[in-house]
Design a protein around this ligand. Structure first.
Ligand SMILES: [Zn+2]
Length: 62
């Protein structure tokens, strides 16, 4: 799942347990060991791109 942190930046969290800690070598959740779905990683990248684009807009640097 993807949610926004207090700064508004997207964060990727485990679909199974909701924790935000992943082993980056294996793309598995530290808490429950669930694998991160490829779709989830792609959706997260898009969310980050969108967020960065919005931030540039707010800063007037588009
Ligand atoms: Zn988990």
């Amino acid at each position: 799942m993807i949610f926004a942190n207090p700064a508004g930046a997207p964060e990727l969290a485990c679909d199974e347990c909701g924790c935000r800690w992943f082993d980056r070598r294996t793309d598995r959740c530290y808490e429950c060991g669930a694998a991160v779905a490829q779709e989830a990683k792609e959706a997260f990248r898009r969310a980050v791109d969108d967020w960065q684009a919005r931030r540039r807009g707010f800063d007037g640097k588009v």
